[in-house]
Design a protein around this ligand. Structure first.
Ligand code: SF4
Length: 383
């Protein structure tokens, strides 16, 4: 069914949803929730953090799932929980250990925030996450979505958890054809989301919307034929689901060019603990903004290190969400492990696997191993 006149609406300029219209739509709320829960009972995806009612597990899983697919998270989640089975274990850990357990998952600020939040929960809440979403939001790294997820899933508090998946489902369900990034539209979406959450089984309901958005009401072309909400859905009736939600055009990622010297001295490599926001606290090779041909001169001038190339340079590439690193990997040898003036350190091969090493640098290391001709003895690929 179409809540508005389809033929007229498509030519209308963007209109804010009125409170009147929201009320009208909310009359369907209990039917929508019931249909969704019935579908969830049949089709819920099995995940290790489900059905446990442990707010810490919900928190860890939701932190990992931000920007990351469930299939990827499964391995990391099990390993993380095995290493830090309770908030107290996480709070007591060194940040380097936490980052190591996060290695390869990306978006490392999530791990740092989780760690800081765990310490805050130990100090302020005796190690127990509060059930009140407003209090949850005051914990480091917990935003409105995660607060809603923890409160509803672990404590059965009837509050929504609105993320990109939920916004997509709701904008189609209710035919919201305005930019969902407009504050007024987003406010209406939050109202609609809150009005749909049932008092009974709010956690299952929120997880059902997440599953629907991830498996059926996907971005691009949704699989409306399998959707339990198709009889309620405005976009399905109007035939424009693949155009929704309306999002502003995203900026193309910025490309950065780096010369990455991989410097060997006997059985050690020169690495630097990053201080920059991106990949902060992880170990990286030195990254130089000069050309590869100028790298040895630059290094000698800055550090006194005398290096010579061991083969020619080769490219490696890593794509982050908003930037791309185009790296020229330069294999260099040096005779002396001079102490470095900055944050660089000589790290023996045998210690590399215990350090948090980002995927971008593992790519550079793999290239360097080939350039050095030491694929078998080099630690590349084992990090
Ligand atoms: S009917 Fe289609 S567009 Fe509407 S909620 Fe279901 S999958 Fe999404």
């Amino acid at each position: 069914m179409c809540y508005n006149n389809l033929n007229c609406r498509k030519s209308l300029p963007a209109l804010s949803l009125s409170m009147e219209r929201i009320s009208l739509l909310m009359e369907k709320a209990s039917e929508i929730a019931a249909s969704l829960l019935s579908w969830y009972d049949r089709c819920a995806r099995s995940m290790p953090w489900r059905g446990i009612n442990n707010p810490y597990y919900t928190w860890v899983s939701e932190a990992m799932l931000q920007q990351t697919r469930v299939e990827t998270v499964l391995f990391y989640y099990d390993r993380f929980i095995a290493r830090f089975p309770a908030i107290s274990d996480l709070a007591a850990a060194d940040e380097s250990d936490v980052l190591k357990m996060w290695e390869g998952l990306g978006y490392y600020s999530r791990a740092r925030n989780l760690h800081r939040g765990a310490r805050q929960v130990m100090e302020e809440y005796e190690g127990i996450l509060p059930r009140n979403p407003d209090l949850l939001r005051k914990i480091h790294g917990i935003g409105p979505y995660t607060a809603g997820a923890i409160a509803s899933i672990a404590y059965q508090v009837p509050v929504p958890a609105v993320d990109g998946n939920v916004i997509r489902v709701l904008s189609r369900l209710y035919g919201i054809r305005e930019s969902v990034q407009q504050p007024s539209v987003r406010k209406n979406l939050d109202l609609l989301a809150a009005g749909l959450v049932p008092l009974d089984r709010p956690g299952d309901y929120n997880q059902a919307v997440m599953d629907l958005g991830a498996t059926v009401c996907v971005s691009g072309t949704p699989d409306c034929g399998r959707c339990p909400l198709s009889s309620f859905c405005d976009a399905f009736a109007c035939g424009d689901a693949s155009d929704l939600p309306v999002l502003p055009k995203s900026k193309p990622p910025k490309t950065e060019y780096w010369t990455v010297p991989v410097i060997r001295c006997r059985e050690s490599l020169l690495l630097r603990l990053r201080k920059e926001t991106l990949l902060q606290g992880l170990w990286c090779f030195p990254m130089l903004s000069c050309q590869a041909e100028e790298a040895t001169t630059y290094l000698e001038k800055k550090t006194g290190l005398v290096c010579h190339p061991s083969g020619s340079a080769a490219p490696a590439r890593h794509v982050f969400t908003h930037r791309i690193w185009e790296m020229t990997v330069l294999p260099l040898l040096t005779e002396d492990q001079l102490p470095m003036p900055g944050e660089e350190r000589w790290i023996p091969y045998r210690e590399l696997s215990s350090l948090a090493f980002p995927t971008a640098m593992n790519k550079a290391l793999l290239v360097a191993a080939q350039l050095f001709g030491v694929e078998k003895s080099f630690p590349a690929g084992k990090l």
